[in-house]
Design a protein around this ligand. Sequence first.
Ligand code: IMP
Ligand code: MG
Length: 172
Amino acid sequence: MSRQPTLLITQEKIRQTVAKLAAEINRDYRDKQPLLVGILKGSFVFMADLVRQLDLPVELDFIKLSSYGSSTRTSGKVKVVHGMKTNIKGRDVIVVEDIVDTGLTISFVMNYLCKKKPASLKLCALFDKPSQRRIPVSIDYLGFTVPDKFVVGYGIDWNEKFRHLPDLCIID
Ligand code: IMP
Ligand code: MG
């Protein structure tokens, strides 16, 4: 199996799309103070680029999950390993995720956060891989739809490698 990443989406194209998503959030949350909740670790690059384009008094927090299973596919058995200190009750929450694949991870997160009674709860995902979806997911702010390939870079890893690549790449 080759582990040589090949280019899928350039950093320039990602930059333009992140700016477009930020413009939509700026428009929709004018006069609000949304709380952005990033899912670690994959969303850290996206979150950093996104918030710097926001013209709003945002606050940030992160949650870290663990999922059991192979390194290239989620099992759906998700557990919160690092929760948030921020009380989200009554807050306008935007979940920031790197990639939605089967939908199991993000469905778990949205349910988990919904129980904490935010005023509103939306999802911003940079990449969507709908071909393997097992649970319907509504993505309020979506960057790109990608083919059913294993992608790395721009924060996304394979076995903790390749997160640092500036472009989105495919590995076989
Ligand atoms: P899901 O639960 O199947 O939707 O998977 C979502 C999580 O699996 C994402 O947050 C990623 O961490 C990981 N994931 C899904 N597809 C890929 C991929 O192509 N490359 C790297 N990680 C992925
Ligand atoms: Mg992830």
